[in-house]
Design a protein around this ligand. Structure first.
Ligand code: MGD
Ligand code: MGD
Ligand code: MO
Length: 667
């Protein structure tokens, strides 16, 4: 398989048996399961320190597999548990934990259906969360209003009328958004500061503009916030957002008219340098009117992978909290490591610098999903062993270490039969609901193992006598794992009985349930966030890297992006016609995307051969698909406080190609 794939993906075939690539070989060959675990155990036990191994997790892993996995990794002796959250909603978790004391969303589906106003910020639900559109339609039927805040007029939220590129609207054919703010990329902190300032100004004459009783009783930081916002510069707001004062006033009027407000967001907010302050400012916005911890109101970070939130709840975290580790120690009688481990970006740095011997991936496609593709690829190649537990072939299988293993596992839709009989697993959604998931289909091959079985056998082979855990009996009957989870993780009382119920059960959320804020001060924390307007050098645009309709993250199913009117090609860059005119470019032209060099002697990052599409995007910004553009995202450009790569604010030039396009860069 070629090392350079223009669509970022190798294929979509299912794997049916474990395979190994030996040192120096250029292909994989079959290996027995026993042989695979022996090889892994040998390499893991050969490392000079457990921190020289890294254990990645994608977000599809069940609670049962995730809990067993982190237990094994911690008994092995490291907290090197990076996961796809580090690339995804980490900024949300950090900002919400600081301000509310809980890192997850505070609303239920019922809250969305019974709210007055939903702000959908930096999210494209038509493609990425289609079921959410149904909830929004119900909310609208009940009289709610919707404000969409996005640099792109995304289908499903908007009726997008562009004569050149007609786009079908989803659902019932009416736009869901009552107001569309076509904000500049990274303008959201400024927008929410402007709204918050508007609320405070209004409160001077109309006390009901803010919820004074709630603020007095439950929050701190009000005076500092008010003083900070009093100095807000409207010129900065305009430069950062590209919005007019009229647009901001129109949204403020809708906010003032709404008793209950929910803010939903996804990757449009989390992947910028100032993502954590931006989300904290949204918390300010909600706290000012008491919009948390009551029906129809709250924060709603909308997650991606089916169990990315549950994996964190199960302890897949490079910076585990002491109470979790204490509970793990008490349940299993060992002393877990306390030093923080590597997140994704730090893991790549450590691999790059020769500090890692073994990379193990439970799901996912690390090489394609991570930033700075060339740096990440070289980092992977420095490992002695890379191993992936996967359902499908992907690029991380070809860009690998000296020795490489692919361990094929059952997918969630497949029947999982163990010594104790047929098993089910559990997952947690964005609303903190836990429910069972049972595979019904015949497995793609009789040689596939479940993720739990793979982790259990890996642990037994690697730890041997060093572990008291009976890994085989955990694998035989997953209810035994759930009993341990119940003992270690708060909120899982009666886990085996409650997870068997069809509707599942809700995890406790102190903010939602009782307006209890488990923060440093025991209060909801209003925060002061410094506004810095993203400066873009002349002749450059801010590139955001997005998903098309025909992909799930790094898996590309087709070359169309139906709601954006793109057919038969993924190497496209969407830009505003006026910006194109200023740059001397035209729709249909082919350009290279070129980043800003790291230093005077460094070569700039470059992604070759993108067709320019004149499109309704906010001025000064452009958009292109991930993972083709990950080569442009600098490893060291990350969000402050969450270390998430800034995949939505990459500064680039669109360079006309002189001479023939470089080989392999075809559309
Ligand atoms: N079909 C499909 N579904 C998926 C996925 C998939 O790949 N395919 N991936 C899953 C995963 S893991 C995730 S995390 C979610 C991701 O779901 P989304 O976050 O909806 O996915 P993106 O395509 O990254 O879209 C980001 C959105 O934010 C907007 N945006 C970008 N920058 C800014 C900004 O600065 N401000 C504002 N206000 N908006 C901005 C973009 O225009 C775009 O609408 O989807 C999940 N669901
Ligand atoms: N530039 C840029 N980069 C991004 C993003 C972006 O918006 N822009 N988004 C980021 C986000 S939000 C995320 S979540 C990450 C995603 O990062 P990852 O989670 O690492 O990537 P995926 O493409 O979701 O992983 C797909 C692979 O997972 C395996 N797989 C699928 N289902 C299962 C299963 O049930 N079990 C196991 N063991 N394996 C399975 C398959 O082999 C498949 O090839 O990418 C991030 N990268
Ligand atoms: Mo994600």
């Amino acid at each position: 398989v070629g090392q350079r794939q223009t669509t970022g993906e190798v294929g979509r075939g299912r794997l049916t048996e474990p395979v190994v690539k030996r040192p120096g070989a250029d292909h994989y060959e079959p290996i027995s399961w026993d042989g695979a675990f022996e090889l892994l155990a040998h390499e893991l036990n050969a490392v000079a320190h457990p921190d020289r191994a890294v254990f990645y997790t994608s977000g599809r892993t069940s609670n049962e597999a995730a809990f067993t996995y982190q237990l094994f990794v911690r008994q092995f002796g490291t907290n090197n548990l990076p996961d796809c959250s580090n690339l995804c909603h980490e900024s949300s978790g950090v900002a919400l934990t600081e301000t509310l004391g809980v890192g997850t969303g505070s609303v239920t589906l019922d809250d969305i259906v019974h709210t007055d106003l939903v702000l959908v910020v930096g999210q494209n639900p038509g493609t990425n969360h289609p079921r959410m559109l149904t909830a929004l339609e119900h909310a609208k039927d009940n009289g709610a209003q919707v404000i969409a805040i996005n640099p792109l007029p995304e289908a499903g939220l908007l009726r997008f009328k562009n004569p050149q590129r007609p786009t079908r609207v989803l659902g019932r054919g009416t736009p869901l958004a009552d107001l569309f703010l076509q904000i500049k990329v990274n303008g959201d902190l400024a927008l929410f500061q402007a709204l918050n300032r508007g609320l405070l100004d209004r409160a001077a004459t109309d006390p009901s503009a803010i919820d004074r009783d709630f603020l007095d009783e439950h929050c701190d930081g009000f005076e500092a916030l008010a003083a900070h916002l009093a100095a807000l510069d409207w010129g900065d707001v305009h430069r950062a957002t590209g919005l007019t004062r009229e647009e901001i006033d129109a949204s403020l009027a809708m906010v003032l008219a709404a008793d209950r407000i929910i803010v939903c967001w996804a990757m449009g907010l989390t992947q910028h340098r100032n993502s954590v302050p931006t989300i904290r400012e949204i918390v300010n916005f909600l706290l000012l009117r008491g919009n948390v911890g009551r029906p129809g109101a709250g924060v709603c970070p909308v997650r991606g992978h089916s169990n990315v939130q549950g994996d964190r709840t199960m302890g897949i975290y490079e910076r585990p909290k002491a109470p979790f580790l204490d509970a793990l120690r008490d349940e299993f009688g060992f002393e877990p490591p306390r030093e923080p481990g590597h997140d994704v970006v730090d893991a790549i740095r450590a691999m790059r610098d020769g500090e890692v011997d073994v990379f193990f991936g439970l799901g996912g496609n690390f090489v394609s999903a991570a930033p700075d593709t060339d740096v990440t690829s070289a980092a992977m190649a420095r490992c002695r062993l890379t191993a992936h537990v996967s359902t499908k072939l992907n690029r991380s299988h070809t860009v690998c270490g000296e020795t490489a293993l692919i361990l094929p596992c059952l997918g969630r839709t497949e029947r999982d039969v163990q010594a104790g009989g047929e098993q089910y697993v559990t997952v947690e959604d964005s609303m903190g609901m836990v429910h069972a998931s049972r595979g019904r289909l015949d497995p793609a091959s009789p040689h596939l193992l479940s993720e739990v079985a793979i982790v259990g056998r890996l642990a037994a082979a690697t730890l041997g006598e060093r572990s008291d855990v009976d890994w085989a009996s955990l694998t035989a009957e997953y209810s035994a794992i759930r009993a341990h989870i119940e003992a270690v993780v708060p909120g899982f009382d009666g886990f085996n009985t409650r997870s068997a119920a069809p509707e599942g059960f809700a995890l406790p959320h102190p903010v939602r349930d009782s307006r209890t804020f488990p923060t440093a001060t025991g209060k909801g924390r209003l925060s002061v966030n410094r506004l810095e307007v993203l400066e873009v050098p002349h002749g450059h645009l801010v590139l955001q890297t997005i998903r098309s309709h025909d992909q799930f993250n790094t898996t590309i199913y087709g070359l169309d992006d139906r709601y954006r009117g793109i057919h038969q090609g993924r190497r496209v860059v969407f830009a505003h016609a006026d910006d194109l005119a200023d740059l001397g470019l035209a729709d249909g032209q082919v350009v290279d995307l070129v980043g800003i060099p790291d230093g005077p002697d460094a070569a700039p990052r470059r992604a070759g051969s993108f067709r320019v599409v004149a499109y309704s995007v906010a001025r000064g910004t452009c958009a292109a698909y991930f993972p083709e553009t990950n080569v442009l995202v600098p490893l060291d450009s990350t969000a402050e406080g969450s270390n998430t790569p800034t995949s939505k604010s990459v500064i680039v030039r669109l360079c006309e190609i002189v001479g023939p396009p470089s080989p392999g860069d075809g559309v």
